[in-house]
Every structure is written in structure tokens, then in C-alpha cells.
Design a protein around this ligand. Sequence first.
Ligand SMILES: Nc1nc2c(ncn2[C@@H]2O[C@H](COP(=O)(O)OP(=O)(O)OP(=O)(O)O)[C@@H](O)[C@H]2O)c(=O)[nH]1
Ligand SMILES: [Mg+2]
Length: 205
Amino acid sequence: MSSACGCMEIVLVGRSNVGKSSVIRQLTGKRVRIGRKPGVTRKISRYEFGELDVVDMPGFGFMSGVPRDVQEKTKTEIVRYVEQSKKQICVALEVVDAKSFLEIAERWAGRGQIPVDVEMFNFLNELELEPIVVVNKIDLIYPEERDAVLDGICEKLGLSPPWRQWLDTVFPISAKTGEGAPELKKLVKQRLRERGFERLQKYLR
Ligand SMILES: Nc1nc2c(ncn2[C@@H]2O[C@H](COP(=O)(O)OP(=O)(O)OP(=O)(O)O)[C@@H](O)[C@H]2O)c(=O)[nH]1
Ligand SMILES: [Mg+2]
């Protein structure tokens, strides 16, 4: 199910409940549905803004009450969608949860597995989509701990710390308080310009 009008797309991926829908609200001002229970966005949701579509992918990874095979299917669906829509995607955002990312990543690493977020990041990079990792819920991290958390996230993603070297790739925000949101919007607009889509900037308010 790609865009009917052949519009360009901003695509958001991320685990369930990390705040993808909240980030869309911050970027576009559109009051998309936000849930308290993980797994609210089960289907690919498309929000249309003139020649720009913002595409909210279903959350991947563990969700309580969702069988494993459904989780796997969701991931496959996302991968397939991104591969097929690659040409239309002008910006890819991978949203992660500042509070739980490292804990989950360590758990996976402890089992000798690549964390699904890292796998997704690598996949988007392989497709040359240059994903922006939006580190959301930064309000839940004490200010004095933020550098360490962001350095840790960078390390897991294979980006050598300090995280501030990667300001165009790893971006902390709070979609709840709005902290960092104007700067993220600026970065997304910059990406649009770099890719020759100046005209789409106006849809980000
Ligand atoms: N503290 C805090 N909570 C947030 C932030 N962003 C989102 N939330 C909360 O996290 C929960 C999930 O937000 P959503 O935007 O629905 O997350 P999602 O990734 O779209 O979730 P699914 O559609 O279920 O995959 C909601 O209760 C939000 O209010 C944030 O920056 N800080
Ligand atoms: Mg959602």
C-alpha cells in the first residue's frame, strides 16, 4: 500500500509505544491518535499533506498480548514496505525510547542477538535512507545523565561517542514537553532541502 498520488514520504519506524505518533504530532501539528497501551498503531497509517505523506509504521518488537508470529509479521511488513517505497522516501525517522533503549539492547546482546532497533537502523542505512534516530522521551532522563545515555545509544548503533558528533543522526527530543522538537523539525527540513524537496518544507509546522 504505497502512496496513491506518488507523493514523497516521511516514514517513521520504531518499537511499539516509543512515541512515533507523538513525534508526528510535533512535526506536523496533526492530531494523530496517541495511545497509552503499546500497539495502538497496528496498521501502516498514512497522513496526507498535499504532496507529502507522513507514514506511521506499526510498532515492532515485544508487545504484551501480541503473539510472537504477529510481531515477526509486523517486522517483515515494515521491511517490505520500506524496500518497495524506497524511491518515494525522502526522510526516514527511527524513533527510540531514551529510557528503555539501552536496557532492551543489553538484554538482546546478552542473548547474543542484535537488538531489533539496531537491525532496523542498519537496514535503513543499507538502503541509503540515512535514518535520523529520534531519541524520544528524553524528559524521563535526568539532565546530568543524558550524555551518558546518548553515548550508550550511539555505541549500540555503531557510532563512536561522543554523541554530539552525530547531531544530524542521533537527535534527543521530548515529544511530550516539546523539548527539542523545533530543532528536529529544522533538521528534517534540512534533509528535505538536501534531497531537493524544498517545496515540501511547508508541510512541517
Ligand atoms: N514521558 C514521555 N512520554 C511520551 C513522550 N512521547 C510519547 N509519550 C507517551 O508514550 C505513549 C506512547 O506514545 P505514542 O505516540 O502513541 O507511541 P507510538 O510509538 O505511536 O505507539 P504505537 O502506535 O503503540 O506503536 C503515550 O502515552 C505518550 O503520551 C515523551 O517524549 N515523553
Ligand atoms: Mg502510534
